[in-house]
Design a protein around this ligand. Structure first.
Ligand SMILES: [Zn+2]
Length: 102
């Protein structure tokens, strides 16, 4: 299966998960920041604190590309019967062990 490159869409989606009410600087609480797509982080407009989108989440330190995580979450979320690790590994083309840890 070909995984479309949705990394930008994923990053935006992830940001909305991290900050459902919009960006919030973890350092000073300011609510305005700029998204830097090349480095995939937000920079606070007030204190310039840089926040990685993946820091502190299950995505952080994962060698699995963000797009695959989103597909995994998508499949797990849409499969009402509960998706098996084996099925997931086939769907998003990762090792069974990786899918299992997801
Ligand atoms: Zn700040």
């Amino acid at each position: 299966m070909r995984i479309p490159d949705l990394s930008e869409a994923c990053a935006a989606e992830l940001a909305s998960l991290c900050w459902p009410d919009g960006f919030r600087c973890p350092q000073c609480g300011h609510d305005h920041g700029w998204y830097c797509s090349t480095r995939r982080h937000y920079e606070c407009a007030r204190c310039s604190h840089q926040t990685s989108l993946t820091a502190g989440t299950l995505f952080h330190g994962s060698h699995v590309p963000l797009t695959k995580w989103f597909w995994a979450l998508y499949w797990v979320g849409t499969d009402t019967g509960g998706i098996s690790a084996l099925r997931l590994s086939q769907l998003i083309d990762v090792q069974w062990r990786t899918a299992d840890s997801m």
